[in-house]
Design a protein around this ligand. Structure first.
Ligand code: FE2
Length: 377
């Protein structure tokens, strides 16, 4: 084997996990109105108040609310004055995800190792301390203006991060059963999928998940290409999409136009009871993409036996797909921002490790109907 082939082999199948990740630490959105966004995520998604930083904690330029539901932490940040980096991010992208923070044992090593392998630094390792201990954080850039922040918190007992105080409002709508981030999908531009697949392989030590979803990536409707990158222990999964030529304008292109470039397209959050979770979300006003009711007519002949009754799935619009290892139930919200950019997926896995390829056609037709209404097809 010549050295180029050996290098390639090394790149796609790293033998050791040089970047151990314990999980998603937090997801930070830059938004126009963090106070109202926090209210929305409490009211509609059942996130619980956790922490706050802003004028009352000594910040003068920004304010952040931190919300939690089981293992998911959301940070909602707004600028408190004009002409800030956060404000410019919102002007360019609309409300969107800035930070996908990753929980590590060693933030300094994670920074040095990824930068040595080609990552562009966002910020150098910094130690933050308060009465509850210390946290080390560092950051690198990924696609678009999105960044990864490495968080080392083994010596910290505080509510979130140094500088935040606990946030305890009386208003606390109940949780809705969201457990953890199952995967987060990035949309990147034309011909950018492979460079970013290589970034996650070579710089972050991820492997490409060869799954059911890869078998056939283009139909009349998909008009996108997608590869799934997963870290060594499988806790972090990042599918990456790029637009493809289709009959109509790709939904990925629509996203790129409105977001102003590459960014996070959706966060998939796991539940143990999708029927209860989605019932609650719909009661609280969240709107979902709907497939035609004919989808359910031959569902069981497509996916075989499932534990759930068909009636509530049909009523709620929950989709089902099967792979070699089991099945999954999923549903997608409409975009939660004014721009047709970020949305959420609710997913319940029953053995399946794939991402719902069998639902793409029905889903894409549903998205195209929405695009038609927006005049962006
Ligand atoms: Fe997804």
């Amino acid at each position: 084997m010549n050295s180029v082939a050996a290098d390639f082999e090394q790149a796609v199948k790293p033998t050791t996990d040089f970047l151990p990740l314990n999980g998603t630490d937090y997801v930070e959105l830059y938004v126009g109105n963090s106070k109202q966004a926090a209210h929305f995520f409490q009211t509609a998604f059942g996130f619980q108040p956790l922490a706050y930083a802003g004028l009352e904690t000594g910040l003068r330029d920004r304010e952040s609310y931190v919300l939690v539901q089981d293992k998911i932490r959301l940070v909602l940040t707004s600028p408190l004055k004009g002409d800030t980096e956060i404000g410019r991010h919102i002007d360019k992208h609309g409300d969107g995800i800035k930070v996908v923070a990753l929980w590590v044992d060693d933030a300094q090593y994670s920074f040095e190792e990824t930068v040595r392998r080609g990552a562009k630094p966002y910020f150098e390792p910094v130690v933050e301390e308060d009465a509850f201990g210390k946290v080390v954080r560092s950051g690198i850039h990924t696609y678009g203006d999105t960044v990864h922040i490495f968080v080392e918190r083994s010596q910290y007992k505080g509510v979130f991060l140094p500088g935040f105080k606990s946030w305890n409002p009386a208003y606390r709508p109940a949780e809705i059963g969201l457990k953890y981030v199952d995967h987060m999908v990035g949309n990147v531009g034309w011909n950018e999928m492979l460079p970013w697949v290589n970034f996650y392989a070579n710089v972050m030590g991820f492997n490409q998940l060869v799954s059911f979803d890869d078998k056939d990536i283009s139909t009349d409707y998909t008009a996108l290409m997608s590869k799934v990158m997963s870290n060594g222990n499988g806790r972090i999964k990042f599918p990456i999409n790029e637009p493809a030529e289709g009959k109509k304008k790709s939904q990925i292109e629509e996203y790129l136009d409105f977001y102003g470039g590459a960014g996070v397209q959706h966060i998939a959050v796991a539940t143990d009871n999708i029927i209860e979770t989605v019932t609650e979300l719909q009661n609280r006003g969240i709107e979902f993409l709907r497939v035609p009711s004919t989808y359910y007519d031959d569902l069981l002949s497509r996916v075989g036996h499932i534990d759930e009754d068909l009636a509530p799935l049909r009523k709620l619009g929950i989709l089902v797909d099967r792979d070699d290892e089991g099945y999954l139930l999923q549903i997608f919200t409409k975009p939660i921002m004014p721009r047709p950019t970020l949305f959420f997926e609710i997913i319940q896995r029953k053995g399946a490790k794939s991402f719902g390829k069998g639902n793409f056609k029905a889903l894409f037709e549903a998205i195209e109907r929405e695009q038609e209404l927006r005049g962006t097809l």
